[in-house]
Design a protein around this ligand. Sequence first.
Ligand SMILES: O=C(O)[C@H]1O[C@H](OP(=O)(O)OP(=O)(O)OC[C@H]2O[C@@H](n3ccc(=O)[nH]c3=O)[C@H](O)[C@@H]2O)[C@H](O)[C@@H](O)[C@H]1O
Length: 455
Amino acid sequence: MASPSDNGKTAKLERYNSYIRRVNSTKLLNASSKLVFRAALLLALVLVFYFTLTYPPLSPEHHPSSGSHLFHHRNFLSSAFLLSSSTSPTWEKQARHSSAPRRPNGLTVLVTGAAGFVGSHCSLALRKRGDGVLGLDNFNGYYDPSLKRARQALLMKHQVFIVEGDLNDGALLMKLFDIIPFSHVLHLAAQAGVRYAMHNPQSYVSSNIAGFVNLLEVAKNANPQPALVWASSSSVYGLNTENPFSELHRTDQPASLYAATKKAGEEIAHTYNHIYGLSLTALRFFTVYGPWGRPDMAYFFFTRDILRGKAIDVYRNHDGKEVARDFTYIDDVVKGCLGALDTAQKSTGSGGKKRGPAQLRTYNLGNTSPVPVGKLVGILEGLLSMKAQKHVIKMPRNGDVPFTHANVSLAYRDFGYKPTTDLAAGLRKFVKWYVGYYGIQTRAKKENSGESSSN
Ligand SMILES: O=C(O)[C@H]1O[C@H](OP(=O)(O)OP(=O)(O)OC[C@H]2O[C@@H](n3ccc(=O)[nH]c3=O)[C@H](O)[C@@H]2O)[C@H](O)[C@@H](O)[C@H]1O
């Protein structure tokens, strides 16, 4: 048994040991909390820098700034990210897996702008029929990037992988073509929007001209050379007065810089077809709308503003007539894009040299039935069961054209393009998506749910 003096010594020793433990743990705590603080500070700085570039502040006209300085930093960042991650086997594995066709003779398609409106719809449609699809998108802040991220998440569910990078990143594009033998490119990445060109002209030059040339340079050197189908625009008809617009009409009077860059794209396409034997198809889209659409387009922000009770500007021509558009539903445009891809002939060049004449095509993809903007507003009012606060004003001189109307007989002849959705039916689907996506209870919905609960 231990004596009381032994017990006293043991108790003292234990008190001393616990004191030493406390002193040590406090030191350790101080050291580790300093470390944690420094790491948190560093992380916060990195996050602030990253979010400043990724989510630039909104400008008054619903157009998030994509000022050229931000644009270039963003490219630099994505490029740095990709060059380091391009060596990672996981990254390449995902890209290869995504681009591998799941059906015999399936296409292997690079879709640029895959997180965009038309790009995400086309990527899904291609994947659903068993084609291989790899997306490319720079997720810029022209409009709410969270919508682009939501589209990306939807594509991921269907095993479509999007590489985050920019068209102007030549090293990245070469790497993609190096690891994947693309049979086709569906090139939809662009700086869109007619009116925004007055605010940020350089972004149009950077994406729609420099970026396009960069892509063509890489495509012409690729082995095999892919066939390219790409998005031009109804806006190339500019001040053309002949109706409906045919591919044979003049397109040398663009009314906006956006239109001018798309028209320039058509001329550039001619050059690459002529010199390098690239198979090229331009699709002139006519005001495409629908679920998962672009928030910078009138039908989209009219819906938002009507629901918020905010006034909307409805443009009228200077001659007093209503402005009208050949609004085209997204599913019709997707069918047109797939039809163009399926009928695209192979490029004829190899190793950057032309081996024979190659296909060069241009098609209108419209709805063939122009609708005045006032009528569009009326349809939205009906669907939302709300009255719009309309300001009818003269169309500002901002690059808009008074009227668009597509003749689609060429696209019908060559790949059976036939639009089937009228504006009322298409907007119904859009509004259904909109209220679901943003979790909005419309008055119509509330009344319906009231009715069903009383039955
Ligand atoms: O076919 C195209 O190639 C282009 O289509 C689309 O341009 P637009 O046809 O101009 O569509 P959008 O802006 O929705 O305006 C629709 C109508 O609302 C009128 N409009 C517009 C704004 C407003 O405040 N009030 C108004 O009346 C306006 O005057 C117009 O009559 C794409 O954005 C563009 O990227 C490109 O793809």
